[in-house]
Design a protein around this ligand. Structure first.
Ligand SMILES: [Zn+2]
Ligand SMILES: [Zn+2]
Length: 728
């Protein structure tokens, strides 16, 4: 076999050699360090056990601790070890499924005993024994039939289901030990580390409820999460980061500071912005609106719903149905006609005339006899060309006939995106190349139907407002427009102190059919995007295959102050929607041309962005964003009158000030204001009143000084603008 290594050198290996043999032939150091391998036989990379015999000529990459992929293998292997430990402690445990996830792994189990954090130590102690025994992971295979019989004999219905769902004519099992029959084993496709001893550092983290296949009507399970690393230091750092993240959790801080709430009566994933959170959002929006005006954007407003036909045009309906709230129908017959349209649209020629279509016609006959008669030809007054033909060849005409019927009696979709509405605004006027670029901006609210298990805080929601805009330009203008979108995004991130970011350029993969076929457009637009990024001087990585299907895109990946990465602003070029919507402009040559559209949203969504800001600042917003900027705390009622004067002076200067004139002592008052993350506390007593001064205390407890009232007002006023506090 010819094995091509990453440096393009080729090793000749005997048939049946494994990745471990290849590693050993390179050197004893690599043989010791190897964890697994990635082989490519010509149809994409596959992860392999070190011991697995290679199937033939391939490109091979040996994975060591340094590779990200090795960590995934380690974590999945740790899931096996944890499952064995749990089964040993609670032999009645029925295992379900245990994949690696970002930052760790989990195993779903069915066990009557509710696992509690107190149990984790016991589990970890059992795991430590298995790791200390340094057992090999051994794979063996059985024919599908024999394997199924074995799993059925063992009697775990979940594993039976997994085995039935598994693809291929073989089932594979992994023994945590040198041979089958004597050690714990699990039905699994792999990949695993060579020996349990490689699991140097691990931790069982938590347990939560989960449903089988995420389906709330199915069996309730326990999902046990854990993580693993190749060394203890990395684990310790990871645990410290988790602690820090827990402290910063925007759901917790949002509740404590009264920023937002989610109410089951209103609905999961639907954010209610409370007054204090709404101020933060309003200030961000106002600031961005100002910037948009400076950059030649025009604000527009559009409604929250649109006709299904709009989304048939854009392609959102019916293809993204699972991610959307169900449509709102004007009438039963509109529902039936739309479902009929979908049934015909989604049928393949091999399906013939879809049965579902026939059922729907029956339903239509009862609900709307007239329309039924006209569509089916029972009403002979209707010309044959306007009738449905029960044949897959008539698909296109059938769809057109139904679509025509739906004008004036259609369904509506909650807006999943703002682009279709904005394109219709563009299309409502004729355009010349002289008017371009047209930049339409809207804080547009959109709705997506996230599964209930996925909904969380402000970051995974069902309704959110994008700081959206669509730019329509000539192909020649694309580069400059992309560049200006990049500048704007950088500005809004940096003004919030989010200065640690990288840029990811998503390019298309010419071999992947999901990307639109338009080589010229890809060549032009990718060149434009690359140049725009290069001129910006930002550090960027290019990722082939990560473009949107309709054009290249640029994502900002922002690191927050505890090192977590968030994907924020995105800028995308779109060559597809202008075609779908027939957008045009008159060019210099007096002929009609197609504009290019850019979608861009620097924040992404207001909900997610504010959620991230809450975590980044740990609720301590910079002064210009703080819901309450200063609390006036008076020492006793003797200084009440003066405290009110101070409050009035601060408010007159446009500052968000509150008075704490409760009967409490000054210590608790300061403490409470700091807990609410108020940037400044102005303590006033008789002394201050006599001197017309305040005792200014900052939130961090670093600064405490007496200063004249005017000076204090001036200090806060200077600080009260975007970006000014960053250097403090
Ligand atoms: Zn496994
Ligand atoms: Zn868009």
């Amino acid at each position: 076999m010819k094995i091509t290594l990453p440096d393009n050198s080729v090793k000749e290996m005997p048939a049946g050699a494994s990745a471990a043999d290849v590693a050993a032939s390179i050197g004893p150091g690599l043989a010791r360090a190897a964890i697994g391998a990635i082989a490519d036989y010509g149809h994409g990379p596959v992860t392999l056990d070190l011991a697995a015999p290679l199937a033939g000529d391939c490109h091979l990459r040996i994975l060591t601790e340094k590779n990200e992929e090795a960590l995934t293998i380690l974590r999945h292997s740790t899931a096996h070890v944890m499952a064995e430990a749990i089964c040993k402690l609670w032999p009645q445990t029925r295992l379900v499924y245990g994949p690696p996830v970002e930052d760790g792994y989990y195993y779903d189990i069915d066990l009557e005993h509710r696992l509690r954090p107190e149990d984790f130590e016991k589990i970890e102690a059992e795991m430590a024994k298995i790791v200390a025994e340094d057992r090999p992971f051994t794979r063996y295979e059985m024919s599908r039939e024999d394997g199924l019989a074995k799993v059925r004999r063992e009697g775990n219905p979940y594993k039976v289901e997994n085995a039935e769902r598994a693809k291929g004519d073989k089932l594979s099992f992994y023994v945590t030990g040198p041979e089958p029959g004597k050690y714990w084993e699990d039905l699994c496709m792999g990949t695993h580390v060579p020996r349990t001893g490689r699991i140097a550092a691990f931790k069982v983290l938590n347990v939560s409820g989960a449903f089988l296949h995420g389906d709330a009507s199915k069996q309730q399970l326990q999902r046990v999460y854990g993580t693993a690393f190749f060394n203890r230091k990395q684990l310790a750092e990871h645990l410290a980061r988790l602690e820090e993240a827990k402290k910063r959790d925007h759901r917790k801080i949002g509740q404590e500071l009264g920023l937002f709430t989610v109410d089951p009566l209103v609905g999961a994933g639907l954010i209610l912005w409370k007054p204090k959170g709404a101020i933060v959002r309003l200030l961000l929006e106002e600031h961005l609106r100002g910037k948009l005006r400076e950059n030649g954007y025009q604000p527009v407003y559009t409604p929250h719903i649109g006709r299904l036909d709009l989304y048939r045009t854009s392609g959102h309906f019916p293809y993204y149905r699972d991610a959307q709230f169900p449509p709102l129908y004007e009438s039963d017959s509109a529902r039936i006609l739309n479902e009929l349209w979908v049934a015909i649209a989604e049928a393949t020629p091999a399906d013939g005339w879809p049965r579902a279509a026939e059922t729907l016609l029956e339903e239509l006959k009862i609900e709307d006899h007239n329309t039924w008669a006209q569509l089916t030809g029972a009403d002979e007054g209707v010309p044959p060309a306007k009738r449905i033909q029960r044949s897959p060849e008539a698909r296109e005409s059938n769809l057109a006939i139904i679509r025509e019927r739906l004008s004036g009696n259609d369904g509506y979709l909650l807006k999943p995106m703002n682009c279709p509405h904005h394109m219709r605004i563009y299309a409502s006027d004729p355009h010349s190349y002289r008017d371009l670029p047209v930049r339409l901006a809207e804080f547009g609210t959109v709705y997506r139907y996230e599964q209930s298990g996925e909904v969380s805080g402000m970051t995974r929601v069902r309704g959110f407002t994008q700081d959206d805009a669509h730019l329509f330009c000539t192909p020649e203008q694309l580069q400059d427009e992309m560049a200006s979108c990049l500048r704007l995004t950088r500005y809004v991130l940096e003004v919030l102190g989010l200065k640690d970011y990288r840029v990811r350029v998503g390019l298309h993969d010419p071999n992947d059919p999901k990307f639109i076929k338009n080589p010229q457009a890809w060549a032009e637009s990718e060149a434009a995007v690359r140049t725009a990024v290069a001129h910006s001087g930002m550090s960027a990585t290019e990722e082939v295959g990560e473009a949107a299907f309709y054009g290249p895109k640029i994502d900002f990946v922002v690191k927050d102050c505890i090192g977590r990465e968030w994907q924020l602003g995105t800028v995308q070029a779109d060559y597809n929607n202008p075609v779908r919507f027939g957008l045009e402009y008159v060019g210099r040559d007096n002929r009609l041309h197609r504009p290019v559209m850019i979608h861009r949203a620097p924040f992404g969504s207001m909900e997610r962005f504010v959620g991230i800001l809450i975590e980044h600042f740990e609720g301590a917003f910079p002064l210009w964003l703080a819901p309450v900027q200063v609390v006036v705390a008076n020492i006793s009622e003797k200084s009440d009158t003066y405290a009110r004067e101070v409050l009035a002076a601060l408010k007159a200067a446009g500052l968000r000030a509150e008075l704490d004139d409760s009967a409490e002592k000054i210590g608790p008052k300061k403490h409470r204001a700091r807990q609410m993350k108020v940037p400044w506390i102005a303590v006033v007593g008789e002394q201050e009143a006599a001197a017309r001064a305040v005792n200014a205390n900052d939130r961090e407890g670093k600064r405490q000084e007496n200063m004249p009232l005017e000076k204090f007002v001036a200090l806060l006023t200077t600080e009260n603008r975007p970006g000014s506090e960053q250097g403090r």
